[in-house]
Design a protein around this ligand. Structure first.
Ligand SMILES: Nc1ncnc2c1ncn2[C@@H]1O[C@H](COP(=O)(O)OP(=O)(O)OP(=O)(O)O)[C@@H](O)[C@H]1O
Length: 577
């Protein structure tokens, strides 16, 4: 609740208006029965039409005020609840932006999406109900109880017997629904995860004829979610019939006692009418208050899940006084770097040292799982080294402001990621201020210009979600263009030429050489032909550096490299080397 109150605190003025309209609304609701009672007891009994007209007019005025109050109440509660949900979503999104890969792995993407959307929505529903009813009901309840006691103490005693039973029932329901709400939100995470996996992996599922299996998996999770939801709804729906049953019993008793009092002449009919109206409002307020109370555990679970994100301390932190100076860098060095994944036990990289100077092209080669991607992921600090250090011009990269460090880097990932938008938008993702010429030039260097120019709208052609309307090679070329337009000081290509044909690969590397100039170029590659002219090739095997040198040096000195080269090059090519 403190979490919700913290966000509500940003809207004090609106809450004040909300509270005023609540009081106004309650006064109107309870004022009308009082006027009606007077109308009957004074106007009708004394046959005074003037008094009746006066009271009638008062009821009309009060009703109009009541309508105004209701509209204002609805407006304020809707504005506050939607605004605080927007604030929560913004804060969660901002926090997620600071997460390192470790936190992403810990929460899981689907759970992060559920928490940002569904859990925030649960809070919105709850806050809306609080503002509409939780503030109104105590006021209405208090006033109704006061007025019933004032009208008839004896009849009010009957009410007193039913209230404790209702309160006890509500507390019990709230207590029982808390663990079910937790399970419900967790199963929603699962449901979102399976939906996501199914939709993104639909081709693989169909190709392997696994539609039925996936359907069963989805149905099982969906059933679990439905079961939890049903349990909660059942619990909640139990409260209403019990409540109405109690209310009917109380009303029967009241009518019975009231009829004997009217017979005895100690109670007027108008008072009884007003009493029943107060009773109705008291019961209604009680019921609305109970529904808020029952919704609370669900909102509490959602608030807890959101708070868990907001309270998470990311493993990779931006140093408080990080270095901001943008110098023309001279060298990048790995100094005895070892690395263990936060959720792993064994070293994935072990004692890696090398230096890349301005203008150097360093290539990494090695078998699958040898640690190539892990190594280059340490440079933009997707993870931090476990031992040793990575330095730029002798300064540990952990001392740089993160955005300054990342600004130096043009990262082309193994799996090219495109975003919904035009081709131009996707290239300009690397540099929002790039001119048309710069943007087109980088597409040309990346060998993307030809296929772009064949598109009906050229650079304005739309890329669909996840880039499904371009081929794997075209995606790679666009993500290379995106890095080129950024003009980085360090290019990192993580096996980024794998989807290109040999001819395009060769032309692209030639054009890149001229483009990258003084920048340091780091290339992870599977093809020896892509890296033969690198200044240094580093051979990795099970996380250890087993060779370092030029292509020719390694052919002579590193058996693993020779083996890789021999499996890809002709005898002549090997011999020439
Ligand atoms: N997030 C992670 N958590 C734990 N272990 C990981 C994680 N990512 C990779 N690994 C492990 O680290 C090792 C090195 O993986 P990495 O992706 O760096 O290899 P690679 O040489 O790039 O392989 P490939 O050529 O297949 O891309 C592998 O054993 C892999 O299982």
């Amino acid at each position: 609740m403190r979490f919700i109150l913290h966000y509500l605190g940003h809207y004090k003025k609106l809450i004040l208006i909300n509270i005023c309209s609540v009081f106004g609304f309650a006064l109107v609701e309870l004022g009308i029965p009082t006027i009606v009672a007077n109308m009957i007891d004074v106007g009708v009994m004394n046959q005074d039409p003037g008094y009746i007209y006066q009271m009638g007019l008062l009821i009309v005025v009060i009703s109009v005020v009541g309508v105004g109050g209701t509209i204002l109440l609805g407006y304020c509660s809707a504005k506050i609840s939607t605004s605080i949900t927007r604030d929560i979503r913004n804060d969660v999104f901002d926090k997620i932006q600071t997460f390192s890969h470790t936190e992403f792995n810990r929460f899981g993407i689907s759970s992060l999406i559920t928490r940002t959307n569904n859990d925030a929505f649960q809070i919105q529903l709850f806050v809306n109900v609080i503002l509409r009813t939780a503030l109104l009901t105590p006021v209405m309840l208090g006033l109704s109880v006061f007025l019933t006691i004032r009208t008839s103490l004896e009849l009010s005693a009957i009410l007193a017997g039913t209230f404790p039973i209702i309160i006890l029932g509500v507390v019990l329901v709230a207590w029982m629904s808390h663990p079910i709400s937790q399970k419900q939100q967790k199963s929603l995470d699962g449901l979102n995860r399976i939906s996501r996996e199914n939709l993104t992996g639909i081709r693989v599922i169909r190709a392997f004829n696994n539609d039925a299996y996936e359907e069963t998996r989805f149905n099982e999770t969906n059933d679990a979610y439905t079961d939890h939801s049903k349990k909660i709804f059942k619990l909640m729906s139990l409260t209403q019939p019990v409540f109405f049953c109690l209310m009917n019993i109380a009303m029967m008793l009241i009518f019975w006692v009231a009829s004997t009092k009217i017979d005895a002449g100690t109670l007027q009919i108008g008072k009884l009418v007003a009493f029943m109206d107060y009773l109705f409002h008291a019961m209604l307020s009680m019921m609305l208050f109970c529904s808020v109370f029952i919704m609370y555990p669900r909102a509490e679970v959602s608030a807890g899940r959101i708070k868990e994100i907001l309270d998470t301390d990311p493993l990779i932190k931006n140093p408080e006084e990080g270095i901001h100076v943008q110098r023309n860098m001279q060298e990048l060095a790995f100094n005895h770097v070892s690395f263990v994944y936060p959720d792993g036990e064994e070293k994935v990289l072990d004692d890696i040292s090398f230096t890349a100077k301005k203008g150097d092209m360093i290539a990494f080669i090695g078998s699958t799982g040898s640690g190539k991607s892990t190594l280059i992921n340490l440079i933009p600090r997707f993870y931090d080294v476990s031992c040793g250090s990575i330095t730029i011009d002798g300064i540990d990269i952990r001392n740089f402001d993160l955005s300054v460090l990342r600004d130096k880097i043009g990262f082309i990932p193994q799996k090219a990621n495109l975003f919904t938008g035009t081709i131009a938008d996707n290239i300009r993702f690397g540099n929002r201020n790039a001119s048309d010429e710069e943007m087109k030039h980088s597409a040309d260097v990346a060998q993307a210009a030809e296929f772009i120019n064949n598109k009906p709208l050229k650079y304005d052609d739309l890329i669909t979600e996840s880039g499904t309307n371009v081929s794997g090679g075209q995606k790679q070329r666009l993500s290379i263009a995106r890095a080129i337009v950024h003009h980085p000081q360090i290019y990192i290509f993580d096996d980024s030429f794998s989807a290109l044909d040999f001819k395009t690969d060769a032309i692209l590397r030639n054009r890149l050489k001229a483009e990258t100039g003084d920048a340091i170029v780091l290339i992870v590659a599977q093809r020896v032909s892509s890296i033969m002219d690198a200044s240094q090739i580093i051979v990795l095997n099970e996380g250890r550096m087993v060779g370092k040198g030029t292509h020719q040096e390694l052919l002579k000195a590193c058996p693993i490299y020779y083996e890789i080269a021999a499996s890809q090059l002709t005898k002549e090519e090997l011999g020439n080397a």
